[in-house]
Design a protein. Structure first.
Length: 554
């Protein structure tokens, strides 16, 4: 016999449609929050982060100008990352003044606040209309003002862009509750598949978002519905994820599969065993905690020592607060149910179960797979709502829980210190580089060496110049077991025109040693500077063939 679903007070529909004032406030927030975030971007300054200079700027340029396959490894290992999120930013930043592009990019990221508002509203259906609207607005604003989230505003890291798919998926599911639990199968499964499509597209555009797709999928298994219904909901969400993955990343994955035999090249190459990379998983383990106990209680570590999970300092208590309160709330909820106590949660029970489970699974996957805080920013955005849910499970009087929630959120927000991955004053153009004249540019190959981020200056060179990076975090001239080295050597050896070397000034000596391994000689006496507005001045040096043939550019 099929089990019947228990109906709790928090499962009941709202006491009526929102009144006119609350509806107007909600609509106003939905429309005004994104451009307000765009204005905040202007106040923070122009993005000049390391990844922008290393690959976000170049990858967008390469995609739009057909240089993929012509240049080689100029963005180091991220040369193999999908450029589809970088294209719109590069197009904006090269077709309009930098401030206008920054405002529009920040406005796009500000849609996160609108989605957070919708999600909170759906989870607070058991709250009177005006209170629901005001609380949802407050939680959405807090979601956009976390330490990592503020640090990413107006930047090109894309973690707060793929978050649109994550938050959109969560909002679609929460907006469909409780109807998808016992409503007609076809519409219910179509809704969760649509949610999965959003999460899958985000995953396709940036692969680490897989942790959110898995978390949201497993969230269906704890919903108050018949077991087979839960499984079907998770199944159709997963189908949506696969379709979204194909739409967001299928084309690029097919390109990597065709060219290198690995759809996520070079990652997971210990499985795919492409001959064009080392047999390695290519996982960045530099942020992994050193021991089991540190990993088990990692939020206590990285909240105090943020450089253990990122490149720059920041401070935010919300992930730590979730780490403590969610397990406590879970135990209280289970204990209360086993003792037959009434569940008077602050948020609707199905939405609470779904979101807290999704957040818990997401965090568990993150601490096993990545430990890079930027990848946790969508969770940081959801944390204020998650804290309301977690405190709402505690066995306290309702007023006390509300007071505790307000105090906790206030402490969390007032102690925030945003990250700063590097910004400069606004200029008329996002990237400017003073490249000296190059004779015979059509036949010139510019070699690149060192491990610094320098590819952002490439669009300032004459378009017919070819770029080959001979030293990077993926490949060096003396690498062993990396088949890509043969491609690099062949491209350099087959070039019959002049060579130049591009590097930072401190990397010039190392660039000379890398060139020697390829039968080339860098002449440090014939170098010219390339000033640029995002980083240090670069060096453009003449390179001779070691056999004495001086086909170089002065």
């Amino acid at each position: 016999m099929a089990a019947s679903r228990e109906v709790r007070p928090s499962d009941r529909p709202s006491d009526g449609p929102p009144d006119r004032r609350s509806r107007l406030i909600g609509i106003a927030f939905l429309l005004l929050a994104p451009p307000a975030y765009g204005l905040l971007t202007l106040a923070f300054g122009m993005d000049a982060n390391w990844d922008l200079r290393n690959y976000h700027w170049y990858n967008g340029y390469a995609m739009l100008t057909g240089r993929i396959g012509r240049d080689l490894l100029v963005a180091q290992m991220p040369s193999f990352y999908s450029p589809f999120l970088d294209v719109p930013f590069y197009w904006l930043a090269t077709h309009m003044p930098a401030r206008a592009a920054g405002f529009l990019w920040g406005t796009l990221q500000g849609i996160n606040l609108s989605l957070l508002y919708l999600l909170a509203s759906f989870c607070l259906r058991n709250v009177p209309a005006m209170k629901r609207t005001l609380v949802a607005v407050a939680l959405a604003v807090m979601g956009g003002l976390g330490g990592g989230t503020l640090g990413l505003i107006g930047t090109t890291f894309q973690d707060n862009v793929v978050s649109l798919g994550v938050l959109g998926a969560a909002a679609v599911v929460a907006g469909s509750l409780p109807g998808i639990l016992d409503g007609r199968p076809l519409p219910s499964f179509a809704r969760v598949a649509a949610a999965g499509l959003l999460a899958g597209a985000a995953m396709g555009l940036k692969n680490p978002t897989v942790i959110y797709a898995v978390g949201l999928c497993l969230g269906f298994l704890v919903l108050p519905a018949r077991p087979w219904r839960r499984l079907w909901l998770a199944f159709f969400f997963g189908i949506g994820v696969l379709v979204g993955l194909a739409l967001g990343g299928g084309l690029w994955m097919a390109h990597l599969w065709h060219d290198y035999g690995n759809p996520v090249f070079p990652h997971m190459n210990h499985i795919f065993k492409s001959p064009f990379a080392a047999i390695s998983d290519y996982v960045n383990v530099s942020f992994f905690p050193p021991g089991l106990w540190q990993r088990l209680f990692f939020p206590f570590v990285f909240t105090v020592h943020p450089l253990t999970v990122g490149e720059v300092p920041w401070f935010d208590l919300r992930v730590l607060a979730l780490f403590v309160l969610v397990p406590v709330g879970f135990v209280c909820a289970v204990a209360g149910r086993s003792m037959g106590k009434r569940n008077d949660w602050l948020t609707e029970a199905p939405a609470t179960r779904f979101l807290l489970t999704a957040l818990s699974v997401t965090y568990a996957l993150w601490v096993v797979m990545f430990c890079i805080y930027r990848y946790l920013v969508p969770l940081e955005m959801l944390a204020p709502l998650g804290l309301v849910m977690a405190v709402g499970l505690l066995p306290l009087a309702r007023r006390l829980r509300i007071g505790l929630t307000v105090a906790l959120l206030a402490v969390v927000q007032l102690t925030v210190q945003p990250a700063d991955w590097g910004r400069v004053a606004w200029a008329d153009q996002w990237v400017k580089a003073e490249v000296p004249p190059i004779e015979d540019a059509d036949d010139t190959m510019v070699l690149m060496a060192g491990y610094w981020a320098i590819s952002h200056v490439i669009p300032s060179f004459p378009p017919r110049v070819t770029f080959v990076r001979i030293q990077s975090n993926f490949l060096q001239p003396d690498s062993v077991g990396n088949g890509y080295l043969a491609i690099l050597k062949d491209k350099v050896a087959s070039h019959r025109g002049p060579f130049l070397m591009l590097s930072t000034i401190p990397d010039t000596a190392g660039a000379a040693k890398a060139a020697e391994l390829l039968g080339l000689r860098l002449d440090p006496q014939r170098c010219r500077p390339i000033p640029n507005n995002l980083g240090e001045t670069l060096n453009l040096c003449a390179v001779d063939r070691a056999d004495g043939n001086r086909e170089t550019v002065e």
